[in-house]
Structures are given as C-alpha cells and as structure tokens.
Design a binder for this molecule. Structure first.
Ligand code: C2O
Ligand code: CU
Ligand code: CU
Length: 502
C-alpha cells in the first residue's frame, strides 16, 4: 500500500489497534472528549451580505488567516476563516435565483471552495480542478435549481482538504423554495432556526493541532465546538427550535440526542423528508447534515449531547470515537416561550420534476472502498474514472470492505438510498442525501439522475468524506457528457494542477 502519511498498511495498523486495546481497559475510550464548562454564548455565523445586479445575487468570500480567542487558552489561536477569523458567513438563496460568489484567496497557499450538496456545473463546483492561487479571485456563478436544503461550503485542494477545513475554512449554505417559505416551521435565523456547525479540535499550547496518532478515521479531537464556540449556550425563546446540524468535523461521527426527549427529523442533506419522523438519536458522519425540530419547556436547561455512536461493526470502536459520549450544546429556555408552528409542510411545486424513478435506471455502477482506494485505484487528477451520459438515471452500489468508518459523498447530485443490504433504509436516510455513513461490509444502493451540465474535460468528485482518507486518495472522478462528447473525454494537462476561472 502507498499511504502518503504513516507508511503502514491498513492491516498492520488494525493489528496495532487490537494490541493497543489489549492494554486499555475494555470499553474505555482512547479518543475521549474533554467535558467543558457550558458558559459561552453560541456564536451564530452572520448571514452573508449580497448585492443583486442584473438579476444575479453576488456574495463575497475571502479566505484568510486570523486569530481566535478560545476560552481556557492562554494565547490567541491561529485560525483560518472566510471574511473573519474562523469559519464563514451563511450564504442564503432561493431556488430559481442566479447567484455568483467572488471568492478571494488571501492565504499564502492555493485553496479552492466547493459547494457541498449543490447541483451545479462542474466548472463551478470548486473541486481540486478549480484551484485559486494566493491573491486571486475566482467567481463561479450558477442558477439554484434544487429543493430547499442545508448545504455547506469548504475547500477541496487535493491532499490538503483536511488541514484547510480543520483550520476553520467552512460555512453553511441555506437554500429556500416555495415549500420551505410556506412551511409551518421555526424559521427565524439565529433565534429559533439555528445553524450548528459541529467540529472537534485538539488545542495544544493554545494552537490547533492536527495529528492522527494512527487513528483510522483520522484526527479525533478532544475539544468539541459548535460554530467555533466551546461549551456553547443558546437561549431559547420559543416552544420549538429548528436545528440545522452540520458535521463539519474531519473524522468524527456523532450520535446526537437529548437525555429526555425525541427530535422531529424534518430534513436530510438534500431537503425535506416526506414527513417529519421522531428520532431519539441521530448519527451524523463527516459531511452530513440533518434538520431537526426540538421541543422545549419554559425555564428549563437541557443539553444536546453526542452519545456512544454505533459505527456498525468497525474493528475497534474505542479507537474510532465509538465509545465517546459528551455534551455538545446547552439550551436555556426563558420563563415564557412563544408558541411555535408545525412541524409541517406541503410538497414543493417542483416535486414531480425532482422525483427519481428506479424503473428508468440506465446503468448500475459498483464502488468498493478498501485500503484508501475506490475500486482498486487512488485518486488521480488526470484520470476520469466514470463517464456518465447526461439525462441518465443510475444506481451506484457502494460498499466498504474493511472494518473502518467511511462516509461516502457524491458531488452534483442528491441521491435516494434505495436499500441497505436489501432492506429499506432507516428513516435518517429516507430523504435525499449526498453523503452517507458506510457501515463496513454492507451494500448501499443509491439512485440518482444526472440532469444537465455536460463537460467532457472537467470532472465531479466522489469520495470518502473522512478528510484524511480523501486526502490520501480515497476519491474518484466522473464526467457528465452528451453522447457526441465520448471522444473528447479526458482532463486536459493544463487543468491537472488546477485551472483557473475568472
Ligand atoms: Cu464536502 Cu467533495 O466534498
Ligand atoms: Cu461535495
Ligand atoms: Cu474513509
């Protein structure tokens, strides 16, 4: 095996994990999270300002270095952020709108910005082929053409994604449509509709540290933060609050829950479920999002926590975060709470156009994850792995062959999980998804349609969203083409190191 980082084979490192566990007490976590004092007001990322001119809504994002004062640290921490010192503003737009983003790179190294979950042309996708050199500005533009959903943006430079995201480059995207506008749901941003970017970090001597210590999923930090706030507290003024949960961590999978109540799950990665579903616990792997509505009673204080997460038959859960349980966010309800609507919504007027039909499947592809490879290959910027015909509906059969956590993400589309080992998917996977946790040795069948945006030269990515794995090569590339573009398929040499769009 050709690992770029510690040169050990996965088999050898698994063996080492078994040995390591032999000397730790059974059931005791080796990755544990530090309990925090919950006393800091939850930061809410500002809504990004935009200008509308000639029917195009334009946002500005500047990736830059900064410094952040985290509680309990003796010195400011060097962090990266968009328009600020850490994380970025929330971009918000409506279905049908044309948008553009002026993305400026104020860092001293190249980066890129990918719109995770967005349906858009490959040249606007912000993957490793759309690098932005220091000092340059890249202005992708597209029309929002998908249902209301909670998406996010983050860098995607090949081999460096983990470190760029870890340092703080990430932000949320909220898309609205007719269904979300008319829904009976809490919708006051930052009040009863909360963006929650959950991440784990390691702070040592006040600075962010990115080390793996042989941990299979990647770095599991001991400090959990929400929107950059450690030990975060949110005041509640309404009976119900909508939480837009984003797992923006590089490797950790969470199992969110409340000690004493269920949550109404209303949306997955790609938008609303068919109807709200009660869940007690919600597993969220890196890259995944979910929206839930939670009920509060007046005067109470309660914490959302992450429980011991079921990673589904991984080799040594204690070394993969499987035994960690910790509080994430404290809610303090006011003595009087305003009544809240719903949760309820009508289907969108676009629902029929958006529907997927298994009877239309033109092609089935298989993807096997093993040894930081997909189908026996590591990511190669110059190689197109899959060629998709525009307009086609396809089934992708995805399977992880080793007892290691992975989360599988596909650019450009929102797919439906048809089944898992032949069984109907759990309710958490019942809406449209772009990222799923892969339990080892199970078959996931995903249904999707590649509606438009042909380009024989510029690929979209599919990859593991555990960012160490992605950086080490667990990624592949597909193009969407017209039938008459068959002969042109290939990445032009100029774009291999990253092309530029201005
Ligand atoms: Cu969130 Cu290809 O990434
Ligand atoms: Cu993506
Ligand atoms: Cu992985």
């Amino acid at each position: 095996m050709r690992l770029r980082r510690p040169a050990v084979t996965a088999a050898a490192s698994l063996f080492a994990l078994f040995v390591a566990v032999g000397v730790t007490a059974c059931g005791v976590s080796t990755t544990s999270v530090t309990e925090q004092e919950f006393a800091n007001e939850l930061a809410i990322p500002p809504l990004a300002k935009s200008d509308v001119e000639d029917g195009v809504r334009t946002f500005d994002l500047t990736a830059r270095k900064g410094s952040t004062d985290f509680p309990g640290q003796d010195e400011p921490t060097e962090t990266w952020g968009f328009n600020g010192a850490f994380l970025g503003p929330t971009l918000r737009a409506e279905r049908g709108e044309k948008i553009a983003v002026d993305v400026e790179n104020d860092l001293s190294e190249p980066t890129s910005v990918h719109w995770h979950g967005m349906h858009l042309p490959a040249e606007m996708d912000g993957g490793p082929h759309q690098m932005i050199e220091p000092g340059e500005t890249w202005t992708p533009h597209w029309r929002i053409d998908q249902p209301a959903a909670t998406l996010w943006y983050h860098p995607h430079p090949h081999g460096e994604t983990e470190s760029h995201v870890y340092k703080g480059l990430a932000g949320m995207v909220i898309l609205d449509d007719d269904a979300s506008a008319e829904a009976d749901l809490p919708d006051e941003y930052g009040v009863d509709d909360l963006p929650l970017i959950v991440q784990d970090k390691k702070l040592s001597d006040g600075q962010l540290e990115l080390t793996h210590d042989g941990a299979e999923p990647g770095m599991l930090g001991d400090t959990v933060m929400v929107n950059g706030t450690i030990g975060a507290v949110q005041e509640v003024s309404t009976e119900k609050v909508r939480l837009r949960l984003l797992n923006g961590s590089t490797a950790r999978t969470y199992a969110f829950e409340f000690p004493d109540r269920s949550m109404d799950l209303i949306a997955g990665d790609g938008g609303f479920l068919a109807e709200p579903a009660k869940v007690n616990r919600l597993r969220l792997a890196p890259g995944e999002r979910a929206e839930v509505v939670v009920d509060f009673t007046r005067g109470e204080t309660v914490r959302m926590r992450s429980a011991e997460v079921d990673l589904g038959g991984v080799a040594v859960p204690t070394t993969m975060g499987g035994n960690d349980s910790f509080d994430v966010l404290e809610f303090r309800a006011a003595d009087e709470l305003k009544p809240s609507p719903g949760p309820a919504w009508q289907t969108s007027e676009h629902a029929e156009d958006d529907a997927l039909d298994e009877a239309e499947v033109a092609k089935t592809r298989k993807f096997e994850l093993e040894e930081r490879e997909i189908n026996g290959e590591r990511m190669d910027m110059g190689r197109i792995d899959e060629v998709v015909q525009v307009g086609d509906t396809e089934v992708w059969e995805v399977r992880s062959n080793q007892p290691i956590p992975h989360s599988f993400h596909i650019h450009d589309v929102q797919f439906e999980v048809l089944d898992v080992d032949g069984e109907a998917p759990p309710v958490e996977m019942s809406g449209r998804k772009d990222t799923i946790y892969l339990e080892p040795n199970r078959d996931y069948r995903l249904l999707m349609r590649f509606e438009d945006f042909t380009n024989p030269h510029l690929p979209y990515m599919y990859h593991c969203h555990m960012l160490l794995h992605e950086d080490e090569g667990m990624m592949g590339q597909f193009v969407v083409i017209d039938p008459d573009q068959e002969d042109e398929v290939g990445v032009p040499p100029a774009s291999e190191g990253g092309g530029h769009e201005h």
